[in-house]
Design a protein around this ligand. Sequence first.
Ligand code: 0A1
Ligand code: ZN
Length: 864
Amino acid sequence: MDIQHAVAQPPLVIRREDYRPPAWLVPDTRLAFDIDPAATRVHATLSVLRNGAHSEPLRLDGAGQTPLSVVVDGVAVNDWRVEDDQLFIPLSGDAHSIETEVEIAPDRNTQLMGLYASGGNICTQCEAEGFRRITFFPDRPDVLSRYSVRLTADRARFPVLLANGDPVAQGDAGEGRHWAEWNDPFPKPSYLFALVAGDLQVNRDSFVTESGRTVELGIWVRAADLPRTDHALHALKLSMAWDERVYGREYDLDVFNIVAVDDFNFGAMENKGLNIFNSRYILADPDTATDYDYDGIAAVVAHEYFHNWSGNRVTCRDWFQLSLKEGFTVYRDQGFSADQGSAAVKRIEDVRGLRAAQFPEDSGPLAHSVRPDEYQEISNFYTATIYNKGAELIRMMATILGPTAFRAATDLYFDRFDGIAATCEDFVACMEEASGKDLTQFRLWYSQAGTPRVSASLEHQPGGGRATLRLGQRVPPTPGQPVKQPMLLPLKIRLFGAETGRPLTDERLVLLDSNSETIVFEAVTERPVLSINRGFSAPVVIESDRSPADLAFLSRHDDDPFARYEAMQQLMLDTLVAGAVEGRADHEAAIAAVADTLDNPELDRAFVAEAVLLPSEAFVGDQLSSVDPEAIFRAREALRRDLGRRLEDRWRTAYAQAPQIPYVYSPEEKGKRRLRNVALGYLAAAGVPDAATLAFRQFEVADNMTDRQAALTTLVSSDDDLRIAALDIFYNRYADNPLVLDKWFQTQALSSRDDAAATVAALAEHPDFTLANPNRARSLVGAFGVNQRAFNRPDGAGYRFLADQLIALDRLNPQTAAKLLPPLGRWRRFDEDRAALMREQLERIVAQPGLSKDLFEQASKSLD
Ligand code: 0A1
Ligand code: ZN
């Protein structure tokens, strides 16, 4: 099952319009696993029902498998055939019992799809199409079945046997083996199937639901990791309470188990009653995890838990509807995280993430709509567009409906589609029905790719007191979609008086639905300043003619914290773009705005830290028609240095505000740590003589990973020899902790030093580096791909390195390889020389014999 499948020529394209309901249904599934890492036997018994009047044979998916036996209604048959990874069985009646047996080898499964081994334990990953690697089954999300599962395994090696649903019974199987049976009463698609067999310890707790049922909770990990599971368990209980309170959703089984594994292609997986997690989203203690890791763990635990309703109880009809569960669930986890601390800071972080990952995707060769029309390999569509832009679509509908109607609409959706495989259209129809609002035009957000650009220009006639706002929208062409229709954009708008700093209007929700529109404000007695897209109410790019002075004004006076942050970012961005294009820029307005923000005692520290951070090099590049990585780097360093020098006293004051010792994970303490570390970065940028000493001292005395890693990050980009010392200390201290060692690789891959590319190439030869573990591969190869200057070295060494790694990784793990390709597809954004060097590597990848479908799709589309 881990054999490479050569790319069929031409590649098979799956189209949304070709959807047909399944020919056969499978109401019940019984599985028996005889676990052995080298040779696991899987015996499946499916009850099948003909779905409607037709004469098609039963067709079961089974990637790379051959059945050892096929039995129909208790009788062995041999009139079956296997063709293109499907088992065809002719059936005469409308209802039958089908048994198959296969043998698979989890210990040779390097793709980490299906049944595989991680750290000596056995686990599954079935989304999207992994179940067909385990047994023959109609492996599509609209075939919902009730599963009962029996696991048999060696008791000493695999003392713990888990599967979906509730435990039924367990016992001794003789010869040192034991068995356990699990039953999941909720019909589910095969992608939600899971089992785990391993030597694990559990952190247990319980949760009493709103209706008084007690749920046993368990987080299962290696014994040594047990002390690092409390934060995740706490987050799970918070999530369960939150979903009851905010969405009226209660948990429905007697147990909820989470298992952490080290080898995992994504973040985590929402299998019914048995979530399987990448260990990086479970394990945390102050010494090994940063505040950022703590936040990520809570968000992912919540995300997977929320899928129990948005994804599991209501699932997807087909994979084109992926955003139905993912966009909605991201929206839900964002709401949960916002409620745990500062909602404004959470919104800033989410928008920053959207701009870093989704905007570039939407403007590049891999752009696709939130509900795509076609794909070659579905694994390639677990993207920022499906997840994060998908979440923005839900947020816009929530804004348009208002909170009461939105809640009524989600209630209707959960109620109507419980136990059903639904579509994005079903969701939107519920939004309309519960609110009485017409979302016909809004639906374009699901079908049109590309980030809309909104122009905004405000004119004031002082005499008449009238202000006129001219808005325009343009949706850029994307692959396969040259011409776009105007979309419905919900824009929150407010005017502020330039002299008094007071609001001149209420906040208005403008629904821009045409290519241009004019809005008139009366009785505007002072010069107005425009605050637009407040709270980032629509995922668009705003092109306004606001002056640096107006942006600086908003950064001081806007009452919407996101808009305030945004004004500051725009001011910085304009300054950096000018610096990159013209070689120099006036830094005064930005310096004054940062000074005022630092001086404002009313702002929370976490917000201040976000607001004073400069936009990333990549984001500056996204504003330019041709990216010059060196010029952007120089412009950004110049502004950082000026901010550092001119505001040195303030940075020193901020740095002196030490958070509590010992470490406390709370919004307030997090905010203090963040601002302190941002201040350290600016002091280093200023080149103050004690910067390296300050960083090294912090590195040594810190009682937590947040401060230690921040200090290391500062040192790793410096020329000081303390950098080498810190890297050595860090490595030796954490050599046996893979998640922390990932940080060691990643920090170096993100260094801004001139020798970063050479360092990364050397690290790829380090004994601790391996492509077999996705976290490790991402920590070096993935991080390097976002180090704009190092990756885009003019000699093309960065491009060659990435291509070499992807070709090697593809042989082991095509999904993870394909995920790391996008930086090479950005060639159109660079000068001709770089573009040619990037294309050369893409062509080399496409020409590899035996390339996976995954990498082929991404690389070939990136060449177009
Ligand atoms: N549904 C999961 C994401 C996921 C997707 C694919 C996976 O394996 C290939 C694993 C996880 C989520 O949204 O968390
Ligand atoms: Zn998800």
